[in-house]
Design a binder for this molecule. Structure first.
Ligand code: KG4
Length: 338
């Protein structure tokens, strides 16, 4: 008999539902929330309300697109954390309610595990997935972590940011440039036309495998502030070069520690995940590095870089196969590590 998992993701501002059948993705529906745009960031209360409005049609569409019936489901996987509590509560409560109605188990998923395991989403049986152990560079708006992945439920954080995440560095610097939120994709677009060697920004000197991005942010801010005193149109006239130089610096910081982690562990496979792994420069740099070192690179489809339920469904699929179900008294958690 087939194993069919419904995955539900509602940790931040995307309501998503996906169906995975025997490890193969049948549907992945994402409703993004535009309500936050005018505030320059996610407003938690508005996010929970939008999740409430979206969740029934999103789950319904995912089931219909997969060509299955609710009664075919084996289990429901949901993101339990980390994330915004109100948002998580919507997905968690919905998963519990539906599972009680259908008399099937629920499986709780750590959102960060989901990002790492997104490389196991197959669209067809012949799709290649990573072999354990591998290193995953998890780079998003809230995290920058180097994770040694030994198994679907056995992950070790080798290094992480001690201040801002890589995505925050993109977003905060973009904000200083007057770009809309989130700024990462705008920097990416502008960087394609800029000279990445034009500006030099400071890089951290911290030991070990941890990251720091706050110094870069400050140095970016001061460069712009000083230059604007001499030329009020400095940002406008140098947008592309600023974006390209910023992106290059972030990539150098990321790669520096990643390379150390690979040397230290001797892994043969490197994967990236999280919103920042959608960045063209990051993707290229990882691909080039892996090729030069004879490593296997796993770079996710852009649809699986940002928050999505396909990654929740695949993480839930492995937990379900292991019989690792969740109790109904499980509550969401705002903060959790790998
Ligand atoms: O994983 P994610 O969707 O959720 C959070 O952790 O919030 O990551 C969002 C982050 C934002 O900081 C956004 O600017 C960044 O991912 N991002 C990018 C790109 N696409 C999304 N950063 C750089 N280049 C991109 N193309």
């Amino acid at each position: 008999m087939s194993t069919i998992i419904l995955g539900i993701e509602s940790s931040c501002d995307d309501t998503s539902a996906a169906i995975i059948k025997d490890g193969i993705l049948l549907s992945n529906v994402i409703a993004s929330q535009s309500v936050h745009e005018e505030y320059g960031g996610v407003v938690p209360e508005l996010a929970s309300r939008a999740h409430q409005q979206n969740i029934v049609p999103v789950v319904d569409t995912a089931i219909k697109r997969a060509g299955i019936e609710k009664s075919d489901l084996s289990a429901i996987a949901f993101t339990r954390g980390p994330g915004l509590l109100g948002s998580l509560l919507v997905g968690t409560s919905f998963a519990k309610g539906l599972s009680l109605g259908l008399r099937i188990p629920i499986v709780d998923v750590n959102h960060l595990h989901g990002h790492v395991l997104s490389h196991f989403i197959r669209r067809a049986p012949e799709d290649v997935v990573p072999e354990y152990p591998f290193i995953c560079l998890l780079i998003s708006g809230g995290n920058s972590q180097i994770i040694l992945v030994k198994d679907y439920n056995d992950m070790e954080v080798l290094g992480q940011t001690i201040d801002d995440a890589a995505g925050e560095a993109f977003d905060k610097c973009a904000k200083v440039m007057g770009l809309p939120y989130p700024g990462g994709p705008h920097i990416d677009r502008l960087a394609a036309e800029g000279d990445a060697t034009r500006f030099k920004f400071s890089k951290p000197h911290i030991p070990g495998l941890n990251y720091s991005f706050s110094g870069l942010k400050t140095s970016f801010l001061y460069t712009l502030r000083d230059a604007k005193k001499l030329d009020p149109d400095f940002i406008e006239n140098n947008k592309a070069d600023l974006a390209a130089s910023l992106q290059r610096t972030i990539i150098e910081i990321l790669l520096d520690k990643l390379k150390k982690a690979v040397d230290l562990t001797g892994v043969k496979t490197v994967a990236i995940g999280g919103g920042v792994s959608a960045n063209s420069g990051v993707r290229q740099a990882i691909a080039d590095y892996c090729e030069s070192r004879g490593l296997k690179a796993f770079i996710p489809e852009r649809a699986f870089t940002t928050d999505n339920a396909a990654m929740v469904a695949i993480a839930g699929y492995y937990k379900y196969l292991a019989g690792d179900y969740c109790h109904y008294d499980a509550v969401p958690y705002a903060r959790v590590t790998i």
